[in-house]
Ligand binder design. Structure first.
Ligand SMILES: NC(=O)C1=CN([C@@H]2O[C@H](COP(=O)(O)OP(=O)(O)OC[C@H]3O[C@@H](n4cnc5c(N)ncnc54)[C@H](OP(=O)(O)O)[C@@H]3O)[C@@H](O)[C@H]2O)C=CC1
Ligand SMILES: CC(=O)N[C@@H](CCC(=O)OP(=O)(O)O)C(=O)O
Length: 343
């Protein structure tokens, strides 16, 4: 299968390159960039002797003629315009941005700019691989989930679907490394600002709030609004979400761990930690794993759920390739069996 990438020199794009270069069934047909005709090694010297492909200008007609799949690793607002060029062409599209995840009205309310036409976004399947596999398989257009929603939803799904929680009690405390903001420079992600610091941002206004609520409601129609707070960690890669939910009835930590193991035992990228052990972001760096730890507090009746992912892997490029595998009826782990980089 021939694949193309648009937005190649971004952090998501270059992570896609790292994965696809060694994928046994996907051949990189072309890579595209606003930088036009440039050797990829000029942008990223770590590809020296590994890849002698040149960046090309962005030409959707050319891409649709040449490739079977195109990954859009472009910003929100840009992806939506590009998707319109590929609709009704014989090419599978996987968009890493938020442009296809929400209905038009919600999108404009939270992303603060015009959305793609409903006729396009309604064709997209939400690419939460472990939960939407059958729809993904039959789709030509994937809205790849955001990094924070991926970790949040994977950790909340089992207890939400089972109706074990007070549906109005969900609080999510989320932390991301600075690569989550992409490679564009900004005040908050500069070294001097991020180093030796921990900063909260977009309090009660993060664009991932409606995305998380939308998916939770599909699992449990009683779900109420969630409180979701994001923080910037002084690390490059890595994401942790710590979710707090009120349990309707007493359940021991051991019982809930068994529930999570049962729900995820056919999903190789989800690793449920034993009781009294909790994952750290380093333990999934560079891999497509989502590691989950739980603790039920009988004193408060609250369950604490910790999930860690690599924001560029399971949070973006890794899940995008996992979805491409599913769309092509390949084993979903194909080309994604990276052991985390430690330390
Ligand atoms: N970083 C993360 O952890 C995650 C990111 N995402 C989403 O994935 C997408 C890519 O993110 P990320 O790689 O971090 O972002 P970056 O800012 O690192 O890269 C985005 C790339 O898009 C290209 N681009 C920018 N503007 C335009 C334009 N006007 N027209 C065409 N191409 C353009 C550029 O690539 P070039 O210079 O090669 O043209 C740029 O490098 C975004 O939508 C982001 O929200 C989703 C989950 C996690
Ligand atoms: C650290 C940091 O700034 N992270 C970004 C994540 C952006 C992202 O992934 O946005 P979409 O999924 O909506 O495309 C943020 O919180 O806005």
């Amino acid at each position: 299968m021939k694949v193309s990438i648009i937005g190649t020199t971004g952090y998501g794009g270059v992570e896609l390159l790292r994965i696809l270069k060694q994928h046994p069934k996907f051949k990189i047909q072309s890579i595209h960039s606003t930088k036009g005709e440039t050797p990829i090694t000029e942008e990223y010297p770590h590809f020296y002797h590994l890849m002698d492909i040149n960046l090309q200008k962005i030409d959707p007609e050319y891409i649709a003629d040449q490739s079977d799949i195109v990954f859009l690793a472009t910003p929100s607002g840009v992806s939506g315009k590009l998707v319109s060029e590929f609709i009704n062409k014989n090419i599978k599209v996987i968009d890493l941005s938020g442009d296809l995840r929400l209905p038009a009205r919600k999108y404009k309310e939270w992303y603060k700019h015009e959305s793609v036409h409903e006729s396009i976004s309604e064709k997209a399947v939400y690419g939460l691989s472990e939960w939407n596999k059958e729809e993904i398989k039959d789709s030509m257009l994937i809205a790849n989930p955001g990094c924070y929603p991926t970790a949040s939803l994977l950790s909340l799904a089992p207890v939400t679907k089972a109706g074990l929680i007070d549906p109005f009690s969900i609080v999510i405390d989320a932390k991301s490394g600075v690569s989550g903001a992409g490679k564009s420079l900004s005040r908050n992600t500069s070294f001097a600002e991020a180093n030796e610091n921990l900063r909260v941002y977009k309090v009660n206004e993060h664009q991932h709030i409606p995305e998380i609520e939308q998916q939770l409601l599909q699992w449990n129609k009683d779900i109420g609004p969630v409180t979701f707070t994001t923080h910037l960690l002084p690390i490059t890669r890595g994401m942790m979400t710590t979710s707090y939910v009120q349990l309707k009835e007493d359940h021991s930590t051991g019982q809930l761990i068994e529930l999570y193991k049962e729900v995820y035992n056919q999903h190789p990228f989800i690793r449920i930690r034993p009781e009294n052990t909790f994952p750290s972001v380093k333990e999934v760096a560079g891999s497509n794993y989502c590691d989950i730890g739980l603790h039920a507090d009988c004193r408060t009746g609250r369950l604490t759920i910790i999930a860690v992912i690599d924001n560029l892997m399971k949070g973006a490029a890794g899940q995008a390739v996992q979805n491409a595998n599913i769309m092509c009826n390949f084993e979903e782990t194909m080309g994604l069996d990276f052991v985390p980089i430690y330390p």
